[in-house]
Design a protein around this ligand. Structure first.
Ligand code: FAD
Length: 713
C-alpha cells in the first residue's frame, strides 16, 4: 500500500506573553484537519529549522513588545536577518505568510512583524498570503479569525505553486516571481475607523495609516446583548443590561455557535509531599538578579488626589555592577496576591496540598505540536510557589482557555454560557464581559461555580507571571548607590463578574509593602522590605550624546520620571564642567491639580532656578475651568499638547533646524497619540506641507532616534 505523505509547511513564532505562541500552536494543531503537516518552532530554536534551505511555505506569528521591540525569543532571529551582509536574494526561494500581533495604544504598532516582513522582502522572500496586523487595542480576534480562515487555502495554493516552480526550475534553473494575480483572494483594506465594527479605544486616533489589514467579519455575524459603544467603555457598563458575564439574551442565547477547537491537553501534573519548607527567595533569585532593600518611600500626590503616586528608592549599594543611565528602566518581580492564590487553591480543592512539590511532565500521546514543559516553571517548586510566583493568574483567559473550561463544567447553563463566550457569535460579549473588564481565572471560576478545572489545565494555559518595568527617576551622579522610581497605584473598578474593585498587581503590592511607613511618617526609619529587580537598559531613550544639542521633554504625570533623571544628570554635569556648552532644555509637564498631583514641583522649580531647565511649561487639566466641557483655548492650556502648540515655533525650530531631540514618556493610550498628532500639525504649519509630508518628517525624526518614546498603557 502506498504511503501517504502529507504536504508540510513550517510555523515559526516569536512570543513574549504566550499569545503568538498559542496562535501558532493552534495553526499547527489544525493542520491535520486540512490534510497538512505543520512543523512548529519558536524563532529562537534555530537548530530546529533552516530558512536558508526551506522549500515549504513558512507561516510567521510574531508579537511586539515594549517600545516596538521583538519578543525575547525572536531577538536573535531579527538580529540575524537584519545583517547588511545578506544578499538581496538570500531568501528568494522562500514563500511566507505573516501574522503580526500588536497594540495601537503603542506608537510602534506591530513593529516586530513589520521589521521581519520588510527584511524578508528585502532578502527576496515572496508573500503567499496578505499579512494580518492584529490589534490588541480593539480585539486581536477581529483580524486573527478571518486571517486564519483564509490561511489554509493559501497554504495549499502556495504548495502547488512551489511544486510547479520546482518543475519550471528544473528546466530554467531560475525561480519566478509569484504574479500578483495568483495571490489568494483575500480582501486587503486600509483599516479605517469606519471599518471597525467593534471597538475603537480612542476615536480621535486612526491606527497606523499605512497598515493594510484583513477586514474583520461583518458585525452581523457577531451578536451582542449590549450596544457596541458599551464595549468601549471601561469598567462598569453604563446602562443596565439584561445580559451579564453569566447569562445572555437573544439572539446570542438562541444562536448555534462556532466554538474554537478544544486545545489538546499536554501535561501530566502530580503533587508529591515534601519534607522541608521552601525558600521562595532562593528559587526566585536565579531569575531576578538583584534582591535590594527599599530605602525610602514617599507619597508624591497629596490630599484627595484621584491617583496615588508614590516614589520608592532602592538601596543598590550591595551590587556595584548594577549601574544604569537616565532613561533606563528596570523590572520589578511581584507575587500574585495571597488571598487570590488561596481562593484559587480552594477552588481547585488543593488547599491541603499547597506545600506539595509539583511534578510536571509531557503527556506521552499528546497531540499538541511542539509541546514542552513551560520553561518559566522551575523544577520541584511547591504548589504555593507555582501559583504565587510563576503564573499570571490574573491574566484574561483567552478563548481557547474558555473552551477548555467547558469540558470541566457540570452545569449545562454554565457550559452554554462559556461556549457562547468563546464562540465567534459571542465575540462582543467576550470583549465586554471578559476582556475589557480584565477578568482573571479566579473571577471566572467564582462566576461559574460548577467549573472545576484540573491544575494541569491552568499550568498549560496561564502565561508566565511577568515582571513590571519602571523607569529610573534619578541619576547615579546625584544619588550614588540608589535607584528611584515613581508610579501610580492602578485601580480597577468593580464590574460584572468582579463585585469589588481591585488594585494593579505590582503597584498594589508595592503600596501594601510600604504603606506602614507612609501612614506613620515618623516611622520613616521603619525597616522596609527587599524586592527583586533586574535592569532593562534602554540604549536609545537617553539624553543626547552631544550635550550641546537642545532637547524637549514631554512627560505628564508619572511620565516625568525619566526626565528627573535627565535633569539631575545634566545638573551634575554642569557642576563638573561649568565651561562646557549645554543645549537648551524644555519640559512639558501636566497633571490635574497644582496642589494635589504636581509631582516633583520643588525639584523642577529648582532646576529652572539653577538654569539646568530653561523652559518649564506646566498645565493643569482640572483647574480654573468654569465649565468642564469648555474647549481648551490658548489662554487655558489643558494638556501638554496644548502647551506644545503654544510653543510651536521654538519646538519645531529645535527639531527641524537645530538637530535637537524630543522625548515623550507616559500614558500610551491618549497622551502619546495626542502629542504625536500635535507634532504633525506643528510640522504642517511650520513647513507648510501636507499630512503625508509631515508624517514622513516625523518618521524621519524617529529613524534618526531624535523623536523617542517611552510609553506604557
Ligand atoms: P496590572 O495588574 O498589570 O494591571 C494593569 C493592566 O490592566 C494594564 O495592562 C491595563 O491595560 C489594564 N487596566 C488598567 N486599568 C484597567 C481597568 N480599569 N479595567 C481593565 N483593565 C485595566 N508605570 C509607572 O507608573 N511608572 C513608570 O515609571 C513606568 N515605567 C514603565 C516603563 C516601561 C518600559 C513600561 C513597559 C512600563 C512602565 N510602566 C510604568 C508601567 C508599569 O510597568 C505597570 O504596567 C503599571 O505600574 C501597572 O502594573 P500593575 O501590576 O500594578 O497593574
Amino acid at each position: 500500500m502506498p504511503l501517504e505523505v502529507k504536504p508540510r509547511f513550517v510555523v515559526l513564532y516569536g512570543s513574549q506573553k504566550g499569545q503568538a505562541q498559542s496562535i501558532a500552536e493552534g495553526i499547527a494543531e489544525e493542520a491535520e484537519e486540512h490534510g497538512l503537516v505543520a512543523e512548529l518552532c519558536c524563532l529562537n530554536q534555530d537548530d530546529k529549522y533552516n530558512l536558508e534551505k526551506e522549500c515549504a511555505p513558512v507561516v510567521f506569528v510574531v508579537s511586539t513588545t515594549g517600545d516596538g521591540e521583538p519578543p525575547d525569543n525572536a531577538l536573535q532571529f531579527v538580529k540575524r536577518i537584519k545583517k547588511r551582509t545578506l544578499s538581496p536574494d538570500h531568501y528568494k526561494h522562500l514563500l511566507y505568510a505573516l501574522l503580526a500581533l500588536g497594540d495601537t495604544n503603542y506608537a510602534n504598532f506591530c513593529n516586530c512583524g513589520k521589521t521581519i516582513e520588510r527584511r524578508l522582502r528585502e532578502l527576496g522572500a515572496r508573500q503567499f498570503y496578505p499579512t494580518g496586523y492584529a490589534d490588541d487595542g480593539v480585539g486581536l480576534e477581529l483580524v486573527i479569525d478571518p486571517w486564519l480562515k483564509g490561511l489554509w487555502n493559501s497554504i495549499k495554493d502556495a504548495l502547488t505553486k512551489m511544486a510547479s516552480d520546482r518543475n519550471v526550475q528544473l528546466k530554467e534553473d531560475s525561480a519566478k516571481e509569484i504574479p500578483e494575480s495568483s495571490l489568494p483572494d483575500v480582501q486587503l483594506n486600509l483599516l479605517s475607523i469606519a471599518d471597525k465594527q467593534i471597538c475603537e479605544p480612542d476615536s480621535k486616533y486612526s491606527p497606523s495609516l499605512a497598515i493594510s489589514d484583513v477586514r474583520p467579519p461583518p458585525a452581523s455575524t457577531v451578536y451582542t446583548s449590549a450596544p457596541n459603544t458599551q464595549a468601549c467603555s471601561e469598567g462598569i457598563p453604563q446602562v443596565s443590561l439584561a445580559a451579564s458575564l453569566t447569562s445572555s439574551v437573544p439572539p446570542l442565547s438562541e444562536s448555534s455557535l462556532n466554538v474554537p477547537a478544544l486545545p489538546p491537553a499536554y501535561l501530566d501534573v502530580t503533587l508529591q509531599e515534601a519534607d522541608a519548607a521552601e525558600q521562595a527567595a532562593e528559587r526566585l533569585s536565579k531569575e531576578a538578579r538583584y534582591e535590594v532593600p527599599i530605602s525610602k518611600a514617599v507619597q508624591l500626590s497629596k490630599g484627595d488626589s484621584v491617583k496615588t503616586a508614590l516614589l520608592l528608592e532602592l538601596d543598590i549599594s550591595a551590587f556595584p555592577s548594577m549601574t544604569y543611565h537616565p532613561g533606563d528602566s528596570f523590572d520589578v518581580f511581584c507575587p500574585n496576591v495571597a488571598e487570590e492564590v488561596d481562593h484559587l487553591l480552594h477552588r481547585l480543592g488543593l488547599q491541603d496540598q499547597k506545600n506539595h512539590r509539583v511534578q510536571i511532565s509531557l503527556k506521552d500521546n499528546t497531540k499538541k505540536k511542539g509541546a514542552q514543559v513551560p520553561p518559566h516553571i522551575p523544577e520541584n517548586v511547591s504548589l504555593l510557589f507555582l501559583l504565587t510566583w510563576c503564573l499570571e493568574i490574573r491574566s484574561v483567559p483567552k478563548k481557547a482557555f474558555l473552551r477548555a473550561l467547558v469540558e470541566h463544567t457540570s452545569d449545562s447553563a454554565q457550559r452554554r454560557r462559556l461556549q457562547e463566550l468563546c464562540s465567534k457569535q459571542g465575540a462582543a460579549d467576550y470583549n465586554l464581559y471578559v476582556r475589557d473588564a480584565s477578568l482573571g481565572v479566579s473571577e471566572l471560576l467564582a462566576a461559574f461555580p460548577s467549573c472545576s478545572p484540573p491544575l494541569s489545565l491552568l499550568i498549560e494555559l496561564l502565561p508566565k507571571l511577568q515582571p513590571r518595568p519602571y523607569s529610573a527617576a534619578c541619576s547615579l551622579l546625584r544619588h550614588p548607590e540608589k535607584l528611584r522610581f515613581v508610579f501610580n497605584v492602578v485601580e480597577f473598578p468593580a464590574c460584572s463578574g468582579r463585585p469589588a474593585g481591585r488594585r494593579g498587581l505590582c503597584t498594589g503590592w508595592l503600596f501594601d509593602l510600604v504603606s506602614p511607613g507612609l501612614v506613620f511618617p515618623e516611622k520613616a526609619e521603619l525597616a522596609l522590605p527587599k524586592i527583586h529587580v533586574s535592569l532593562r537598559p534602554n540604549c536609545s531613550f537617553r539624553p543626547p550624546s552631544d550635550p550641546s544639542l537642545p532637547f524637549v521633554m514631554i512627560g505628564p504625570g508619572t511620565g516625568v520620571a525619566p526626565f528627573i533623571g535627565f535633569l539631575q544628570q545634566r545638573e551634575e554635569e554642569r557642576k563638573e564642567n561649568p565651561e562646557a556648552k549645554f543645549g537648551e532644555t524644555w519640559l512639558f509637564f501636566g497633571c490635574r491639580y497644582r496642589d494635589k498631583d504636581y509631582l516633583f514641583r520643588e525639584e523642577l522649580e529648582n532646576f529652572v532656578s539653577s538654569g539646568t531647565l530653561n523652559h518649564l511649561k506646566v498645565c493643569f487639566s482640572r483647574e480654573d475651568r468654569k465649565d468642564e466641557e469648555e474647549p481648551p483655548s490658548a489662554a487655558q492650556p489643558r494638556y501638554v499638547q496644548h502647551n506644545l502648540l503654544l510653543c510651536c515655533r521654538q519646538v519645531t525650530d529645535i527639531l527641524l533646524r537645530r538637530n535637537g531631540y524630543i522625548y515623550v514618556c507616559g500614558d500610551a493610550k491618549n497622551m502619546a497619540k495626542d502629542v504625536n498628532e500635535t507634532l504633525m500639525e506643528m510640522i504642517k504649519t511650520e513647513l507648510q506641507v501636507d499630512q503625508l509630508e509631515a508624517m514622513k518628517t516625523l518618521a524621519g525624526l524617529r529613524e534618526q532616534k531624535r523623536y523617542l518614546q517611552d510609553i506604557w498603557a
